[in-house]
Each structure stands twice: as structure tokens, then as C-alpha cells.
Design a protein around this ligand. Structure first.
Ligand code: BDR
Ligand code: CA
Length: 314
């Protein structure tokens, strides 16, 4: 069976960690690299955390350090109040041993596009800054790869930073606008669907029971994130934002989409809003409007329960 090659661009981050370990554990996926960006944490923390996730999984997957600030706008503070001071909830900073790849994230993305071509799907689950820089480096990048499946945006629902904007897009709206306008095959997995994909504390306990090593780590990392949901939404669990983008690659039939040009608002109170526009000069993108959230959640749980066993088999 040939495995789908994906490159995850990420700001780990609790739900990023959930998504990355789930991707590592899915035998249908070949993660060719992680590239890092600011957002939930500073980029130096994202790179360190990503290297730690790779080492935990017993893999040799390159991690390339990415942009440290947005494409154009001023930098915002990281979301430490949601993901913890070091990005892994209450846990202290990890100390991974293997160094980062010497290439920049943008360079790495371009190199992977040249190496794997249409076999490669980019899966950004943070702000889209590295993809924007990669488009600057290679004017033909959008024609080389198989597509982009991203977590970000809120096309038909309110945002989570404010009434308009979702966090990944709000953190770098100019980069997102470049990505949406570039003319490649873009699938947007936004809050429209990810807020329906819910995982409870008990599910995280179940994962830890099935896989005490990696699952236990993910349960511990998630405790701080779950407290944010308990305090802000009275929900004892969390949304599976970032895992949803990975599952949209492995199990596309669980999502349904509408197709339209989508632009990003670049000023005013709606900064970072993702809006459908009636503009035939812009490329169409697909944005998810519905999903089979129970199947998606159950697949997430089952895959992560198998992580420790897969580590032994590797
Ligand atoms: C997105 O923002 C980040 O906080 C999460 O990791 C996810 O990528 C959800 O809006
Ligand atoms: Ca993220």
C-alpha cells in the first residue's frame, strides 16, 4: 500500500500534538517533515516541541524552523493561556536531542514539493506564514504539489478570536490571503466543522489507557487545554481542530464541501475573517461545511490508542 505523503506545518500547541501523533500512528500516512511557525507558542518553542514529538514517536522526521513573525502585520502574543507557557499545557519545556533541519521551513517546503510533486499534500495547522514565504521562493509551487488541506478559518460561522476571525488566520491574515489566492487545490477545514468534533476528558483517559506512553503524554498535555474549555465553554473536553485536517486527508468522505472563492479581510474589525466573494477572477477553494463528527472522533481515539503498539512494531 502506498502511503500518502504529507508535510505538517505546525505551532505545537496541544491540538497540534494530538494531530501529529495521530498522523505518525496512521499507517496510511508518510509524514515527510514538520515545519514550524508561531501562533500557540513562539517559533523557537514550536520547533523544540515538534522535535520532541518526533523523538517520542521513535521516528527520524525532519523538523524545519519557520517564520518567527507574520508576513506583514505586527506580531501578537502567543496563546499561552490556551496551550500553556511552553505549548504543552502544564508540562515543562522538553529537551529533544536531535537538531532541526538546517533549512528554513519555506525552503524545506519547496524542496519537498520538488522531491515529491503531486504525491505531496501540505497540511498547515497553524498560521500560513511559511506557505506564503514558500510561494515567494518558488513562483510555480502551487502547480507542483497535490494540494493543501489546512485547519483555519470560519467561513459560515463566527470566529474564535472574536466574532469574525479564527486564530490561525487572525495570526497572519496576509499570508492566508496569499494561500487562498494562489490557485492550488485548497481545502479549508475551519471552525465550520472542527467545532462539531469534540473529544471528552474520558476519551483522553481511554487513549492513555490504551497507549500509556504517547497516549499518557497526550492526556497530560491536554489537561491545561481542557481547563480552558471547562472555563470558557463549560465543556469537559476539547475540539479536535488540528486532527480534523489530518483526517480530511486520510478519510475525505467524512467531510462535505462547498466550492467558492474565499478571501481574507485584511483590515478593520473583521481582520482575519474568511469570506465567500463573488469574484470570478479569483480561484475557487473548497471549504468544509459538514462532517461525520462521530466517525472522525472515533477514528482519532482508535488511532491514538494504537500509538504505543506501533512504536514497538517500528
Ligand atoms: C487553531 O488555533 C490554534 O490555537 C489551534 O492549534 C488550531 O490550529 C484553532 O482555531
Ligand atoms: Ca495549531
Amino acid at each position: 500500500m502506498s502511503r500518502q505523503k504529507i508535510l505538517i506545518d505546525t505551532d505545537p500547541g496541544v491540538d497540534d500534538a494530538l494531530a501529529i501523533h495521530m498522523a505518525f500512528a496512521d499507517p496510511r500516512l508518510d509524514v515527510v517533515g514538520l515545519t514550524t511557525v508561531f501562533g500557540n507558542v513562539h517559533t523557537y518553542q514550536a520547533t523544540r516541541n515538534a522535535r520532541h514529538l518526533v523523538e517520542m514517536a521513535g521516528l527520524v522526521v525532519p523538523v524545519a524552523h519557520g517564520a518567527e513573525k507574520p508576513y506583514q502585520q505586527a506580531q501578537r502574543d502567543p496563546a499561552h493561556f490556551i496551550h500553556g507557557a511552553e505549548g504543552f499545557g502544564d508540562l515543562p519545556a522538553p529537551d529533544p536531542q536531535r537538531p532541526a533541519d538546517p533549512r528554513s521551513a519555506a525552503r524545506f517546503i519547496c524542496d519537498m514539493a520538488d522531491e515529491h510533486g503531486e504525491d505531496l499534500i501540505l497540511c498547515p495547522i497553524g498560521p500560513l506564514t511559511n506557505l506564503a514565504h514558500a510561494l515567494d521562493l518558488d513562483a510555480n509551487l502551487q502547480n507542483k504539489i497535490g494540494g493543501v488541506v489546512l485547519m483555519g478559518g470560519a467561513v459560515t460561522v463566527p470566529g474564535n478570536v472574536n466574532a469574525f476571525a479564527e486564530a490561525n488566520i487572525h495570526n497572519d491574515p496576509h499570508a492566508a490571503e496569499m494561500v487562498f489566492a494562489a490557485g492550488w487545490d485548497v481545502r479549508i477545514i475551519g471552525l465550520d466543522v472542527t467545532e462539531q468534533i469534540l473529544c471528552t476528558s474520558q476519551h483522553l483517559e481511554d487513549i492513555a489507557l490504551g497507549a500509556p506512553g504517547i497516549g499518557g503524554f497526550l492526556r497530560d498535555v491536554s489537561a491545561f487545554y481542557v481547563r480552558f474549555y471547562q472555563d470558557s465553554r463549560s465543556f469537559d473536553g476539547c475540539c479536535l481542530h488540528d486532527p480534523a485536517a489530518v483526517i480530511a486527508i486520510t478519510d475525505p468522505d467524512w467531510f462535505s464541501y462547498e466550492t467558492a472563492p474565499v478571501k481574507v479581510v485584511l483590515d478593520g474589525e473583521g481582520l482575519g475573517d474568511t469570506q465567500i466573494v463573488d469574484d470570478s477572477s479569483r480561484p475557487h477553494v473548497r471549504f468544509a461545511t459538514a462532517c461525520r463528527h462521530e466517525e472522525i472522533r472515533d477514528h482519532f481515539i482508535a488511532t491514538l490508542k494504537s500509538t504505543d503498539q506501533r512504536l514497538v512494531e517500528r
